[in-house]
Design a protein around this ligand. Structure first.
Ligand SMILES: [Zn+2]
Ligand SMILES: [Zn+2]
Length: 553
């Protein structure tokens, strides 16, 4: 009986971000992506969110390596953290590895890995795994779908993809290869990108953005043009550069990641911009406005980014004014809409013209919509199906599409983070669960617990009251205090009376406790909280965090 293949989902199923799955064959593990997720408003102070790595760390000796499907942070951003604990090789396209390399170097973990470049269509063995890398189109170039040739048949993972028939670099999704695998030997299991499973139709080609950009460049001949997009969106950067060169403009990049990525992509031949069309951002002031195009980071309105500083009139190199046109060639990621709106307002206030995706077709998605997901299913004709890369609603809609295209409902599994499935002679089924909660990172350490986040939310929403009191350790009588310090509850000078009443409330409860013979700190602290909580609530209808500090003398 051929060995079963297990897949452990560590992230990306139930959220957009922190994509990570472990494929398991003959007791060996091969990771597919290791990404991060950006925090939402419910996670104050959190910089980023990672998969829970505890299961991987426990199984470190079984790990053969990690496949990187493409260079996006939601697929590669967790590697610099995981490589602090483990060491393993990473397989990916030269561009994906190049983009990841900078992050790994910065984190000082480059020594714990070997970066192994694979080519389009290449098939290679990694431990017991026989893996084939199939080109797909996406918003970062040189992405892969991954076909695992296993004793249980072919397992195809789509990676992030769209079916762009006129990609900027001419590199098409290799549907022909997927079709030929479907015919011989057949595709046993398909795992496919669900991001746009709720959107009808097809995602427009990336090339369509180029046409719109060119039109805008022609519409504003005398003005300086600033375009912002993701620094990894090299197809977009290529089209901005093409429009600039075609309309006689010289290009400067702004923002560190934009400069690094453009340099890397030019070196790899992924991006074609002639030397003569590039200048340093420091020289932009010397060039006539109508001859300049700046390509900048900050399309998500990130507070310290080049664009946010521009909008606040604080950018060192660019002073935005009525002679500028700013094009936001992007879509705000959910959670960033407010920040982006603020940046747009700031730019208008400075007198600039602003073009965003709500006004012109200056952005298209990198993920296929329903029509493309159906095409993928129809070409791959899988026996079993698992939707991946999406919130639960996206996964649900994608599962329905699969059933609609003839995959038996019993062979479609809706999995979530932490689920372990096995593909065996009997079919596809759930077999176990592993820990897969959020690992919150603030600064450089990943030890922000749910308790810490709960405290931060309480502090942010209701403020804090600290009560300091010194008591005699034998009698429990108050020696000094209580002193009350508050932040975010009431403004002290105007609430003098309220604070005095609160103190009296605390004093009374401690005296009562002392009379009853209670002298231990825990009891006294509890008494302070029990007295102050209801008082604060009844007088102000607020629930600040109450921190009693009881000292002994
Ligand atoms: Zn992606
Ligand atoms: Zn992704």
């Amino acid at each position: 009986m051929p060995a079963p293949v297990r897949i452990t989902f560590l992230g990306g199923l139930g959220e957009i971000g922190r994509n990570c799955a472990a494929f398991e064959l003959e007791d060996r593990l091969l990771l597919l992506d290791c990404g991060l997720m950006f925090p939402d408003l419910e996670m104050p102070g959190v910089d980023l969110v990672l998969p829970d790595f505890s299961w991987l760390i426990e199984n470190a000796l079984r790990l053969e390596g990690c496949i990187l499907t493409h260079g996006h942070e939601d697929h590669a951003g967790g590697l610099s953290f995981l490589l602090r604990h483990l060491s393993f090789p990473i397989y990916g396209s030269r561009l994906s590895l190049g983009l990841a390399r900078n992050r790994l170097e910065e984190a000082g973990v480059l020594g714990n890995t070997e970066l192994i470049a694979v080519a389009d269509g290449e098939r290679r063995r990694i431990g017991p795994f026989d893996v084939e890398f199939i080109p797909v189109t996406h918003s970062v170039p040189h992405g892969f779908a991954t076909a695992f040739h296993t004793p249980q048949g072919v397992i195809l993972h789509s990676g992030d993809f769209k079916l762009d028939l006129t990609p900027v670099d001419g590199r098409l999704t290799d549907l022909a290869r997927i079709g030929s695998l479907a015919t011989d030997p057949g595709i046993r299991l398909l795992l496919s990108d669900s991001t746009n499973a709720e959107e009808p139709g097809h995602t427009p080609s990336e090339s369509s953005v180029g046409v719109v950009l060119r039109g805008l460049f022609e519409r504003y001949p005398g003005k300086r043009i600033v375009v912002t997009c993701f620094a990894s969106h090299l197809h977009r950067i290529q089209q901005v550069a093409d429009a600039a060169v075609a309309t006689g403009r010289i290009i400067a990049t702004l923002g560190r990641s934009m400069a690094t990525n453009v340099a890397l992509a030019r070196e790899l031949g992924v991006l074609r911009i002639p030397d003569s069309s590039l200048i340093d951002i420091e020289q932009v002031g010397d060039v006539d406005r109508g001859r300049v195009c700046v390509i900048s980071t900050g399309s998500q309105g990130e507070p310290m980014s080049a664009l946010a500083l521009m909008a606040a009139g604080e950018n060192k190199w660019l002073k935005i004014g009525p002679d500028d046109v700013v094009i936001l060639s992007s879509h705000a990621i959910p959670g960033n809409e407010g920040a982006v709106a603020k940046v747009i307002d700031g730019l208008y206030r400075l007198g600039a013209e602003v073009i965003h995706s709500g006004l012109a077709e200056v952005h298209v998605s990198g993920h296929g919509m329903r029509g493309e997901l159906q095409t993928m299913l129809a070409v791959a004709r899988p026996q079993c199906f698992i939707p991946v890369h999406g919130e639960f609603r996206h996964l649900t809609h994608h599962a329905r599409l699969a059933v609609g295209l003839g995959v038996p409902a019993a062979n479609v599994l809706l999995c979530e983070d932490g689920d372990v499935v096995a593909l065996s002679d009997e079919g596809l089924d759930f077999v176990a669960e592993v820990p897969a909660g959020y690992l919150y990172v603030d600064g450089i350490v990943g030890d922000v617990s749910h308790g810490v986040l709960r405290d931060r939310r309480a502090l942010a929403e209701e403020g804090v009251i600290v009560v300091v009191v010194t008591v005699d350790s034998h009698s429990g009588e108050i020696i000094t205090g209580p002193e009350i310090i508050s932040r975010g509850w009431v403004h002290a000078p105007e609430a003098e009376e309220l604070l005095e009443e609160a103190k009296a409330e605390v004093r009374a409860s401690l005296e009562q406790a002392a009379a009853a013979g209670a002298t231990d700190f825990e009891t006294l602290k509890r008494r302070v909280r029990a007295a102050l909580g209801p008082f604060v609530n009844s007088r102000t209808r607020r629930r600040p965090m109450i921190v009693p500090v009881v000292m002994e003398a």
